[in-house]
Design a protein around this ligand. Sequence first.
Ligand code: GDP
Ligand code: ADP
Length: 241
Amino acid sequence: MTFDQVDSPVPLPTDRPARRGLLIVITGASGVGKGTLRERWLAGQNVFYSTSWTTRGARPGEQEGVDYVFVSPEVFAEKAQADGFLEHATFVGHHYGTPIEPIEAALARGQDVVLEIEVEGAMQVKARLGEEAILVFIMPPSLTELRRRLEGRATETPERIEKRLLRARDEIMHAHAFRYVVVNDDLSRAVEELLAVQRAERAAQLPPQAWSAEDHAAVAAAAQVRSDHLSPEQLARVVES
Ligand SMILES: Nc1nc2c(ncn2[C@@H]2O[C@H](COP(=O)(O)OP(=O)(O)O)[C@@H](O)[C@H]2O)c(=O)[nH]1
Ligand SMILES: Nc1ncnc2c1ncn2[C@@H]1O[C@H](COP(=O)(O)OP(=O)(O)O)[C@@H](O)[C@H]1O
């Protein structure tokens, strides 16, 4: 049997990325270690870290346009009214919001996106994007340890620390609304768990028969930090400790 010479197959569109990026939302009490974890977790990765807008003042060492875009309440309100945020919320007297355009552009080019936002904003993202939003709650080993970290970081007045600890107590009880819960006690282990969650969620975009051995290992490790592994009693123990 001879085969007619076929024209070269139609080239695949090269501008379409192989996959849509993951949208990973990291949430956790103020001072729990989100920033510290994120820096280690994303080191060396080409992940789009969303820079939020906020009306709070910059802390010493924070860079405009890197840590936050620092704006006035009026400018913030204009952006919100123009539906320019994927989500926005008020946290201890200041406004915080995630600009939507950079997120969509990064996802469309296949880049994973990480948001670091509080619980209300995470719930808005979940409501707006459904299962596409991968929500990860970072838990402190105890509120005592959380207080120690907040005091140790020395970025807040004692009054603001108390307000943030009160808010933390309430936020921790929402942990079951998240897909994953990572306890940030041992920093290296928590980073490994975040890497496993990211790899497992990327593997989930493919059929299991396409998974590598590392993918299978990541899926098994990520299953261990799913929020349905956490009992209400375990949550209460963190809040009361
Ligand atoms: N909803 C929402 N929360 C944000 C955003 N950016 C930061 N946050 C959260 O606002 C809270 C206060 O942030 P910040 O003032 O930097 O305090 P920190 O968490 O103690 O470093 C934290 O829980 C942040 O995760 C945002 O764009 N949207
Ligand atoms: N696993 C950990 N063990 C002990 N201290 C930690 C750990 N992770 C973070 N920290 C410390 O806790 C403080 C708050 O961390 P940070 O990343 O600023 O928290 P967040 O971004 O959640 O507000 C910092 O001083 C940081 O060095």
